[in-house]
Design a protein around this ligand. Structure first.
Ligand SMILES: *Cc1c(COP(=O)(O)O)cnc(C)c1O
Length: 279
C-alpha cells in the first residue's frame, strides 16, 4: 500500500485492502516515521490486522521510550526498536518482542531459511525461554550492560513521564519555531514529539543554514529526505537530548542564523514563546 510521504498510514485504506485480499497474512508499518516526523496509529492498525487474521510487524525504532507503545494491549505480533534513539543508549542492539501467534508462525515455518543471522528459530533456541545453551553468535555483552543502564534510567524517570517530557519539550520547540516564522511540515494530530519536521522558509538555503549551525553552533539539523530534500529540516528531541536547554539553544541559534541570512525574525519573541510553553 502506498501512502504519501508526510502522511500517516490510513487505517481505512489498510482495512479496505485486507478485506479485498483475504490471502494477505501480515502487515508491516513504521510507527514513528523519522523521515517526515509522522506518527501512524499503531493501535488502530494492529486492531485491523487482528480483525483480518493478519499478523502485525511494527517498526518502533524511534517511538520506543519517546511515545506511547503498548505491545500487548495493542496486540502487536512482532516489534523491533533500536537502542540509539529515545532509549539514549549506544547503537548496535535491537530490542524485539514477538507474540505467541508470531512465535507459532515462526516455529511452523517449513521452507528453508536462507539467513543465519536473522533466523529466528536459531535465535530463539539461543535466548528463548527454556532454551538449551546453543551457539548462535557471541552476545555483545558491553552493549547489553549499556542497554540495561539506559533502561534503568528510563525506569527511574518513569516511562509515562518520559513520554510527557517528550511532548512538553516538543510543544515548546514548536512554539519557538512558529514564533520565528517557521511552519511545521505535518498536521498537529500526527506529529511526533521526538522528530520535528519543519518547512524551510522561502528564500533560505538549506545547506548554508545546516552547515552554519553545525560549524558555528555545534548543532546539527537533519536534512529533508525524498521529496522534502532541500525543503524541510528535521529536528530531533530524543531521549536524553529532549530537554529545555536544547530547545532554547535550537530556537536561539536557528533564529540567529536565519537573521544573518536575511530572513528577519524576532528571536526575543521566539524565546518568550518557548518560555510561555513551560508551566
Ligand atoms: C532510525 C530509524 C531506523 C534505522 O535504525 P538503524 O539502527 O540505523 O538501522 C529505522 N526505522 C526508523 C523508524 C528509524 O527512526
Amino acid at each position: 500500500m502506498e501512502f504519501e510521504r508526510g502522511e500517516a498510514v490510513e487505517p481505512e485504506v489498510v482495512a479496505q485492502t485486507l478485506s479485498e485480499k483475504p490471502d494477505l497474512s501480515m502487515i508491516a508499518f513504521v510507527h514513528a516515521e523519522t523521515s517526515t516526523g509522522v506518527r501512524s496509529d499503531a493501535k488502530a492498525l494492529c486492531a485491523i490486522a487482528q480483525q483480518h487474521n493478519c499478523l502485525s510487524i511494527v517498526d518502533a525504532v524511534t517511538s520506543l521510550g519517546g511515545s506511547d507503545v503498548q505491545v500487548d494491549d495493542w496486540g502487536i505480533d512482532a516489534i523491533y526498536s533500536g537502542t540509539q534513539k529515545c532509549l539514549s543508549c549506544i547503537p548496535g542492539l535491537s530490542p524485539v518482542s514477538f507474540s505467541t501467534k508470531a512465535i507459532e508462525k515462526i516455529k511452523a515455518k517449513s521452507s528453508k531459511n536462507y539467513s543465519w543471522f536473522l533466523d529466528l528459530n536459531l535465535v530463539m533456541d539461543y535466548w528463548g525461554e527454556g532454551a538449551k545453551r546453543t551457539y548462535h553468535h557471541t552476545a555483545p555483552v558491553n552493549s547489553l550492560y549499556a542497554l540495561h543502564e539506559s533502561l534503568l534510567i528510563l525506569k527511574e524517570e518513569g516511562l509515562e513521564s518520559a513520554w510527557e517530557r517528550h511532548e512538553l519539550h516538543h510543544k515548546a520547540l514548536v512554539a519557538g519555531l512558529e514564533a520565528l516564522g517557521i511552519e511545521m511540515l505535518v498536521p498537529k494530530d500526527i506529529r511526533l514529539s521526538q522528530l520535528n519536521a519543519v518547512k524551510i522558509p522561502e528564500g533560505i538555503d538549506d545547506a548554508t543554514v545546516r552547515s552554519t549551525l553545525l560549524n558555528q553552533y555545534d548543532l546539527e539539523l537533519g536534512a529533508g529526505l525524498g521529496k522534502f530534500a532541500g525543503k524541510a529540516w528535521r529536528i530531533g528531541l530524543m531521549g536524553n537530548g529532549c530537554n529545555r536547554k536544547n530547545v532554547d539553544y535550537c530556537v536561539s541559534s536557528l533564529g540567529a542564523v536565519l537573521n544573518e541570512l536575511g530572513h528577519s525574525c524576532d528571536v526575543d519573541a521566539a524565546m518568550s514563546a518557548v518560555e510561555n510553553a513551560y508551566p
